[in-house]
Each structure stands twice: as structure tokens, then as C-alpha cells.
Design a binder for this molecule. Structure first.
Ligand code: HEM
Length: 299
């Protein structure tokens, strides 16, 4: 299904939420995510803001870089190859993520444990002490929420008080100011956390608790990003409408992935923008589920 929000000179956004249209638009070279300041007023403001928020020391986060950016593609391939070889760390019996899925620990405990695990994928010495771990997790929650806000009044508030930049700096300081690692511990890990929320719901339900093995639990619980954004670089007729330069298109991955229960949609696996952590995340969710289930008695 497609929805168009268009007020001449002010805003022009197309939303699509079915897998076929998402795929067609994502593969169309006339659309990209290297956002320029074109189109109506709100579109230009949003594009400029994203380029400010997801940038550090002049370097853009990987999810802001264009489809043909060779350095982006090689960093994506290098991370994918490295994570392919990375085993999921052994999970202790009292691991906070496992306890959270079993309904025996709070989200506030599981979040920092997950962040530590993701941070260590980039720096094996990433071991913040308890107080610092809490500060980093809180910064990740605020940074993600602030970055996703579509409300220009909140943008103004964040600019005036510098809160978003402060949280980005807290995260940056923990991972050597590497934009890919900040993306991982500040943005991407919220998709894993949301997947843990769903594993917890599965565990809470006696039918699903005993019906799902590790792989099927990981598929059932996997949470995709709500949406990813593309910008029309030229006039283009695409599923859902005709675009002019600057039209923004929201590819609503979560809706599409949930309808099909398809990890390839959630991770954009066969595409130029494929998530390099796909295999690792799937193995991690399965391992957490198996560990959480280990103490359950069969009915
Ligand atoms: C449930 C967990 C996750 C899901 C569903 C997910 C999904 C995605 C999706 C859909 C994209 C494409 C974004 C776009 O099209 O603009 C993406 C990109 C990316 N993801 Fe993930 N992700 C997850 C976790 C992670 C983790 C834990 C890491 C790091 C360890 C990571 C690293 C990246 C990177 C670096 C990119 C940019 C790739 C590029 O285009 O160069 N992701 N992810």
C-alpha cells in the first residue's frame, strides 16, 4: 500500500509498505540515501537535519552514504565478513538478556548488557563499569528517539539545548569516535532490543514457549527498522506515484517484514544496503532463546 503526503512547496513524502514496491524503489538508481537539499521546504529541512545528526567529525554514518559509495560498500563487506566469523559469546546462566526474555529481569538491565555485547564487536575492551554502562544505555535511548523525531519544534529544542549532540558525543567517546560503531551501539541495537521484547512475549505464551526452536523464535521475534528513507534524485515513476527531485520516500520495512515474517526484508539482505550484521543477529537471538528455554520444564 502507498500513501502520499503532498502540499506544494511545503512537503512531498511517499510512504510504501509492501515488499514488492519497497524492493522496486530501493533498486531504482534514481533514488538514493545521500540526501541533498532539494525539494519542498520540509523535505529540505529533514534532509539537512539527517545529514547533521548522523555525522561526526565530518564523517557520515554508513546509513547516510549513497548506493555507489565505494568506501561504504567495502566497509559493509568487511564488517559482514568479520561478523560471519564471529561466534556468539557464551551466555552466563544469570545473563541479563536471557533473564529479561524469561521475564525475570527488567529492560533497564538487559539494555546495557546488549550494548556491551554489541560494543565488543568493535572493541573487545569495551567493558564500561556499571554507572557508565547505564549512562551509555540512557544516551542510546535518547539519541535514537531524538534522531527519529519528525517534529521540527523538537529539532529546534535539541539545537538550542544541544542534547542530541551531547548524547552522540557520549556514545562516540565509548567507541573511539567510529561512526559505524556509534551506529551499532546507538541506533542498530534498538532493533535487537525490540526483538528481545518479542522473545519475552513468546516466552510468556505457553504455546509459543514450547513450539519454537531457536531459529524459528529468531525469525518470529526479529524487529526491522520502522522505515528507511530514500530521496528522488530525478523525475521517476515508481510504484505508488510519480516523483520529482527531492521527493522523500519512506520504505516501511517493519510493516512489510512483519506481514511476511521474512528476515530478508528486515535486513534488506539481497540488496546494496544489506545489513552486515544479519547473520550474527540471527544467531544471537537464537542463542538467547535457547538459553532462556533451557530451564523450562516440558509440558
Ligand atoms: C535486529 C537487528 C538489526 C536489523 C533488523 C538491522 C537492519 C538493517 C537495515 C534494514 C539496514 C539498511 C538501512 C538502509 O537501507 O538505509 C541496515 C544497515 C546497516 N546495519 Fe543493521 N540491523 C540490525 C542490527 C545491526 C547491528 C547489531 C549492527 C552492527 C554490529 C548493524 C550494522 C549495520 C550497518 C553498518 C549498516 C549500513 C550498511 C551499509 O549500507 O553500508 N546492524 N541494518
Amino acid at each position: 500500500m502507498a500513501r502520499r503526503i503532498r502540499i506544494p512547496l511545503l512537503i512531498d513524502i511517499l510512504e510504501v509498505d509492501d515488499a514488492a514496491s519497497i524492493d522496486a524503489i530501493n533498486q531504482d538508481p534514481r533514488l538514493d540515501r545521500a540526501y541533498g537539499r532539494t525539494g519542498p521546504l520540509f523535505n529540505r529541512m529533514l534532509a539537512a537535519r539527517l545529514m547533521r545528526v548522523f555525522r561526526l567529525d565530518g564523517a557520515l554514518f554508513p546509513t547516510m552514504l549513497g548506493r555507489t559509495d565505494a568506501a561504504r560498500a567495502s566497509a559493509q563487506a568487511a564488517l559482514a565478513a568479520r561478523l560471519q566469523e564471529t561466534p556468539v559469546p557464551d551466555l552466563a546462566d544469570d545473563d541479563a538478556m536471557v533473564a529479561y526474555v524469561r521475564g525475570a529481569a527488567a529492560r533497564e538491565k538487559a539494555g546495557p548488557a546488549l550494548q556491551r555485547l554489541v560494543g565488543r564487536l568493535f572493541d573487545p575492551a569495551f567493558t564500561p563499569a556499571e554507572g557508565e554502562a547505564q549512562r551509555l544505555w540512557d544516551a542510546a535511548i535518547r539519541f535514537d528517539a531524538a534522531a527519529r523525531s519528525p517534529n521540527p519544534l523538537r529539532w529546534l529544542q535539541q539545537a538550542l539545548f544541544g542534547t542530541l549532540h551531547a548524547d552522540r558525543n557520549i556514545l562516540a567517546g565509548a567507541v573511539g569516535r567510529d561512526p559505524m560503531a556509534i551506529h551499532a551501539i546507538g541506533i542498530a541495537l534498538h532493533n535487537i532490543m525490540k526483538s528481545l521484547d518479542r522473545l519475552r512475549e513468546c516466552h510468556d505464551d505457553p504455546v509459543r514457549r514450547f513450539a519454537l526452536d531457536g531459529r524459528s523464535a529468531a525469525i518470529a521475534a526479529l524487529a526491522a527498522p520502522d522505515a528507511v528513507l530514500r530521496q528522488a534524485k530525478a523525475v521517476a515513476d515508481v510504484p505508488g506515484g510519480s516523483l520529482t527531485p527531492g521527493t522523500l520516500v519512506q520504505l516501511k520495512l517493519a510493516d512489510a517484514a512483519e506481514r511476511r515474517l521474512d528476515p530478508a526484508i528486515a535486513f534488506q539482505s539481497p540488496s546494496w544496503n544489506a545489513c552486515p550484521a544479519a547473520g550474527f543477529v540471527a544467531r544471537l537471538l537464537a542463542a538467547i532463546w535457547i538459553k532462556a528455554r533451557a530451564k523450562d520444564e516440558q509440558p
